[in-house]
Ligand binder design. Sequence first.
Ligand code: HPA
Length: 277
Amino acid sequence: MIGIVGGSGLYELEGFNVVEKLRVRTPFGEPSSEITVVQVEGKEVFFLSRHGEGHAYPPHLVPYRANMWAFREIGVRRVIAISAVGAINQRFKPGDFVVVDDLLNFTKNRKDTFYEGKFSIPVKGEDKVAELLTKGKVVHIDASQLYCPQIREALISLLEELNYSYHPSGVYACTDGPKFETPAEIRMVERAGGDVVGMTGYPEVVLARELTMCYATICVVANPAAGIAGYRLTSEEVLNLMKQRQKDIGTIIKLLVKQLPEEKTCGCENILDGAEV
Ligand code: HPA
C-alpha cells in the first residue's frame, strides 16, 4: 500500500476519486489530518496532509511520529512525500522537481525516533517493530540510504518520460523554521553540501524507515533560497509555485502508482536486521 504525504499547498488530492476518510489514533497522538483513501488506477492509496486542514501545523510542530505510525497501522508500506523546497544549488530553478538522495539535519528539538530504550512507548503487534518497542530496545538504523532506491528510480524514469524539468539527485537540508533561513545560514548549508532546503523532511524520513516503510520525496523547488534570490522570501511565493505545479504532481502520483512494481527489490523492509543493541 502507498501513502502520500502532501506538503505546503497540497492539502488534498484534487481530481482523485475519494473512497473514504479515516480518523486514526496512535500511541503518539493524532496525525495532522484525517487520512483520505483514494482510488488510483484501481488501487487504494492513502493521503495525509502534513500541515493539516487550514495549514494548522507549522513545520516544527507537525506530529511526525503520529503521522508515520498512522500510516503503518493502516497498512502503508511505501511513503511518497511531496515537499516544497528552496534551491541552494544554482542549477535548480523554481518549478523543478528534485528526487533527493541524502539528508542534512539542522533541526534541534523534534522527536525523531520511536526507539527510546526503556522510555519507549510499548505497542501491540506481532512484527519486529512492536517487539523492539515493547522490549524497550535501543535501535540504531542505518542511514546510508534513507530514500528508497526503487521508488527513486521509478520517479526518475517517470519524470524523464513526462519531460518535466527535474534533477535525479540532491541533498535535502532540513531547518527548523518557521522563519526562512538567513543568507549566512544558507551559505553554511551550501558548504556542508546541501542542494535544497526545507523545514519538514526530517524526521519524517527517519521515522518511516524505523517502521520499515520505504520512503521517497518529490521535492518541488518553490524559490531560490535566502540570499540567492536577492529579494524577500514570502510564503505566498512558495504557495503560488506549488499551486502551479499541483496538476503535474497529480500526474506524477497517478503514473507512479500505476508503474511502481508491487514486488519490492529495495531491501528497505530489512532495515531493522542487526539494528538493535
Ligand atoms: N527554506 C526553507 N523551507 C522552504 C523554503 C526555503 O527557502 N522554500 C520552501 N520551503
